[in-house]
Design a binder for this molecule. Structure first.
Ligand code: ZN
Length: 367
């Protein structure tokens, strides 16, 4: 049995905060900001019209290192799809219990613990963004800008199965190619046409060939469309594809090759244009990050397990600004992005304890 009372967390889990539900996301943010204000935090609001406001909660600054805590308050669940909170002996269930209201709650509880101990908190700020689940298209600019003020960042996405923190995440880009051909009757004027579909097939093969599994670079053409019907040479085709990569050299190699593929007309008479780009840059393990892990291990007398993940998070944005970033400080859970999302109670306890210790050492100037 867990000694944590989850009723507070339940109260925000039950407020729907689907990314497109601005009202719900804002309500969640308000509750969370209020809890932090009780610990001496000052709120700076970044108002948004279509999505929830982003919230930057700051503490007084002193000499020394600055730490940013990062969380998102949106979820992937539209109203009435998954709204209930449940618990049993081992797990809590509900939208966002691990992704990532639960993670935000770990940070909050640890902050409360150090506030109780020291009577004040300084140099530890909290950024809550509202659009992570749709790709942070808006907040990524704010996150990147604010990141420059910090030495360290802890992101509270869910922990790994064995309580791992995340030291690397692939970068991801999404792209669209529009191909223009020339329509012609397939029977009467076959040679007058320029086949956009055929061009798309060449480009598709060339794009997929950029995949290098050894380097963990993948290019996936996940969607293609084109053409009018069997008796018309296709005048238009579209490719939608995604790039994932683990280092900036691979990013640059593939971006250059994509440009070449778009500029090449494999089928005479066709032209192509490229849209899209890198959505979230790679989170690459760094020396500063390794040093951060080492300090935690020494001071807390543990061997913090680490892992790399294929999926992206806002950690990608902060770490690509050169901030020593560790992700996965939330509780362990599974079933995220499904109605089976759950988080382990035991893992909550362990995470709150460890994060409290880290904050204590940080506030004492040891990290
Ligand atoms: Zn998510």
């Amino acid at each position: 049995m867990s000694s944590i009372d989850f009723s507070e967390l339940q109260s925000i889990i039950e407020i729907n905060s689907w990314t497109k539900n601005k009202e719900g996301v804002d309500k969640n943010g308000e509750v969370f900001a209020y809890w932090l204000e009780l610990l001496g935090y000052t709120l700076t609001r970044y108002p948004r019209e279509e999505i929830g406001d982003h919230l930057h909660l700051t503490t007084p600054k002193k000499e020394g290192k600055k730490l940013l805590l990062l969380g998102h308050i949106d979820t992937v669940f539209p109203p009435e799809t998954f709204e209930d909170f449940k618990e049993d002996d081992e797990w809590i269930y509900g939208p966002g219990v691990c992704d990532m209201k639960g993670g935000n709650y770990v940070a909050l509880q640890a902050l409360r613990n150090v506030y109780r101990k020291f009577g004040e908190i300084h140099n530890i700020d909290f950024l809550l963004v509202s659009d992570e689940e749709t790709g942070s298209d808006d907040s990524k600019h704010l996150s990147a800008k604010l990141a420059k003020e910090y030495d360290y960042c802890m992101v509270f996405e869910a922990a790994g199965v064995h309580d791992e923190v995340v030291v690397g995440r692939k970068g991801v880009g999404t792209f669209f190619i529009d191909i223009e051909g020339i329509a012609a009757h397939a029977g009467n004027h076959y040679t007058k046409g320029a086949d956009a579909n055929l061009e798309a097939s060449h480009k598709l093969q060339a794009l997929v060939a950029l995949t290098d599994l050894e380097k963990e670079t993948t290019v996936n053409v996940g969607k293609l469309s084109g053409g009018i019907g069997a008796n018309t040479i296709s005048p238009k085709a579209h490719l939608t594809f995604e790039l994932r990569y683990t280092n900036t050299q691979e990013r640059d190699r593939v971006l250059k090759a994509i440009d070449e593929i778009v500029a090449t007309s494999y089928v005479e008479g066709t032209t192509a244009t490229l849209l899209g780009g890198i959505q979230r840059d790679v989170m690459q393990p760094s020396l500063d990050q390794a040093d951060f892990v080492k300090k935690i291990n020494t001071l807390c007398n543990i061997a913090l397990p680490t892992e790399k993940r294929g999926g992206v998070s806002d950690a990608n944005i902060i770490s690509s600004q050169g901030v020593a970033t560790l992700d996965g400080w939330g509780p362990y859970g599974d079933g995220d992005h499904t109605i089976h999302e759950r988080a382990s109670k035991k893992s909550f306890e362990k995470r709150i304890k460890l994060v409290t210790e880290i904050f204590e050492h940080f506030l004492e100037g040891k990290i």
